[in-house]
Design a binder for this molecule. Structure first.
Ligand SMILES: [Zn+2]
Length: 521
């Protein structure tokens, strides 16, 4: 890494060399694997898969069509109709009786980081665990009904390697829409140099690719944007705030107007969308002014008025609020006692839900050692004091930012909703404490904020499909769309607390029996 003083002891060098061997052999590593060896079932080309006796949830109309037969061929939905008899299955066709369970479109996690493990600090001795977790990320999504993800900033080479494995059927995983690296100015969010977190990072990144564009001037920007978007990226990820999310770090560099003009011109010319990481009114106003493709996360440092969101509504800019990451990173562990300004019924309840989740069995969401390390790291808040963390080389989220989001985010979201702004649904999983496969936690939180079950289901399906530019292919169970769906035991329009537990998930016509995807031996 340029501009980074990087000194290694002899011992660290040896560790680094060993790690680089692991990293180069990565595609083959399943390690001390907790990866399930499960393979989906399905029919051959031109053979039909009939799902009979299904109650199809029409997320667009908001109604349920009972006793439907869904015919799937070549990975797509061919027909959906009411049919009481067993269809005329020929040789090689397959029939699954859904026994009046409920069929929803495959869920979409519109904001996550597939090549991040959810670790607060990478353990140098845990490289295999981390690599294992990165593969689990995709499996965990499928296990929880998510058939498409939008990756919001990745180690590009690693991501592409994983996508190839998914396409070849070597790894269970969702469809992936991506932007490759963050298009950020040098020092911009995520404002940690990976080399500062992990001594192996510079070596590893030679293989995995760098998560940050970190351009320095307009020439550099143009050159790097071209490289970054040349591998199938469908959008550009921007980071709009000048306030760091890290404890003990203040302001960070932001784009100049000239940079933003260049980026938005480039996006338009190359038919790319844009998405902006935004927690502050400063970033929000600027992003709206430039016509960002989507507002990612929530605004915490201001209460937005109707006037503030008019331009957003007029320009049809959607929001992906990722409230659940605010719940996770609003860390009460940082305080002796939670400051009075953060005490209200909503936050009190979120803190209980957060605590219960953190201390439940998370086998389906993360490697045990990763979660245990994360819980240990939470103790650093009190041990060092928030203000000192950055100085001490501890890069931990500033809980104040996230408590502010819990305080103001719900109201801001409802203001956007009232203005007719499209709301999407995403987790930000991959960041510390946020694990993949937890879209249902965001869905439940949106319900607690005041959206109805149907509205939340729309956020995670049709709205997300629109936001990621795939509404003609996924998100609403229409004939001709990809056969991506999840089967739920109970009516999701009546019971919110079931989004976490699909019985069957189908992606591109391949059938995953969820009970058989297990991470425990
Ligand atoms: Zn993110």
């Amino acid at each position: 890494m340029e501009n980074v003083s990087f000194k290694m002891t002899r011992r660290q060098l040896i560790q680094a060399a060993a790690t680089s061997v692991f990293v180069t052999g990565m595609p083959n590593i399943t390690g001390c694997s907790s990866l399930p060896g499960y393979q989906p079932t399905g029919t051959d080309d031109n053979k039909a898969l009939y799902l009979i006796h299904g109650n199809v949830v029409d997320v667009v109309r908001g109604e349920i069509r009972h006793n439907q037969t869904i015919t799937i061929k070549n990975g797509r939905i061919k027909t959906i109709y009411n049919y009481n008899q067993v269809p005329p299955a020929g040789e090689g066709d397959m029939i699954i009786d859904l026994k009046n369970q409920f069929v929803i479109p495959g869920l979409i996690d519109a904001h996550c980081h597939a090549t991040l493990s959810g670790e607060a600090k990478l353990n140098p001795w845990g490289v295999l665990t981390t690599m294992n977790q990165l593969k689990r990320n995709y499996i965990q999504q499928i296990k929880h009904g998510v058939t498409t993800i939008r990756d919001m900033g990745a180690l590009p080479n690693l991501l592409h390697d994983h996508i190839k494995q998914i396409e070849k059927g070597e790894l269970i995983g969702p469809r992936v829409v991506y932007c490759n690296s963050f298009t950020n100015i040098y020092g911009g969010h995520p404002d940690v140099d990976p080399a500062a977190i992990n001594i192996f990072a510079p070596i590893a990144m030679a293989f995995t690719g760098r998560p940050n564009l970190w351009f320095k001037d307009t020439n550099d920007l143009e050159e790097k944007m071209q490289i970054n978007s040349s591998f199938g990226a469908s959008f550009i990820k921007l980071t709009m705030d000048k306030k760091s999310v890290l404890c003990g770090k203040g302001e960070i560099p932001v784009y100049t107007d000239e940079h933003l003009k260049l980026i938005f011109d480039y996006a338009q010319k190359n038919n790319l969308s844009t998405a902006g990481h935004i927690h502050t009114k400063f970033g929000f106003d600027r992003a709206i002014q430039f016509g960002i493709g989507s507002v990612e996360h929530s605004i915490g440092d201001a209460v937005l008025t109707e006037k503030d969101v008019i331009a957003m509504a007029q320009k049809k800019i959607p929001v992906v609020p990722t409230m659940i990451v605010a719940q996770m990173l609003a860390e009460p562990e940082a305080y002796d006692e939670l400051p009075q300004k953060y005490r209200n019924d909503f936050i009190d309840r979120e803190m209980i839900i957060r605590r219960d989740y953190l201390h439940s069995s998370l086998d389906d969401y993360t490697e045990t050692s990763i979660h245990e390390n994360n819980l240990t790291h939470l103790k650093d808040y009190r041990k060092y004091g928030c203000a000192n963390l950055y100085k001490k080389g501890k890069y931990m989220a500033n809980p104040e930012i996230y408590f502010d989001i819990l305080l103001n985010g719900p109201r801001n979201l409802m203001t956007m909703k009232d203005a007719g702004i499209i709301i999407g649904c995403g987790t930000d999983s991959g960041v510390p404490l946020s694990y993949h496969g937890t879209l249902w936690r965001e869905m439940e939180m949106l319900c607690r904020i005041g959206l109805s079950n149907l509205e939340v289901l729309r956020c995670a399906t049709i709205n997300n499909a629109k936001i990621i530019g795939m509404a003609d292919k996924i998100g609403s169970l229409d004939e001709g769309e990809y056969a991506d769906l999840a089967v739920m035991k109970k009516n999701p329009l009546e019971t919110g607390e079931i989004f976490s537990k699909p019985q069957i998930v189908i992606k591109g016509g391949k059938v995953y029996d969820i009970s058989r995807i297990s991470f425990t031996a």
